[in-house]
Design a protein around this ligand. Sequence first.
Ligand code: ZN
Length: 186
Amino acid sequence: MVFPSGANRAPLTVPRRNATWRKTGWLAGAGLMNPQTASRIGARWKQFPREARSFLKDAADLREAIYELFVARIDARKADPVATGIVNANLARSGRGVGLASLQRELKWQPSRRLAPQQLLKPVAWSAVTLLMGPRAQKVRQCDDERGCGWLFIDESRAQNRRWCSMGNCGNLAKSRRHYRRGLLK
Ligand SMILES: [Zn+2]
């Protein structure tokens, strides 16, 4: 999920299509709200499942649109206008609905009490666009995994040579495959 991050936050990753999104867990996980707010919204969505479904669809559409904009940039091609339209629609949504809350030394996004679910996605869209249009855009790369992982990340390595979304997953798999191939050649 693309989300505003302080300079030292973990690498940015965008979950791919079919990645499992738990109803509100990811919102808290992305730093979009505190766990209490997430559980309040979770409770509301149990009552109004249609609202939850419509929000999750909007969220998934935005995720795919952001993904498209970054991959188009990486591939140096024109982005799908549908994707641009989806991001723009989220940017245009009312400014009310989200604000900042300060938690110890950190600032976080916080939805206002009267929740309009679509407004929750506005900071996500802003964050993605700020990254896309700013100097760090060149550092966004796509995982080199041969199986087609496709995750995006920000390469914060000094040498700017990071290849995989995570060493724990794709990086290690690639290494062990290389080992295996070398073993076969012997
Ligand atoms: Zn990967």
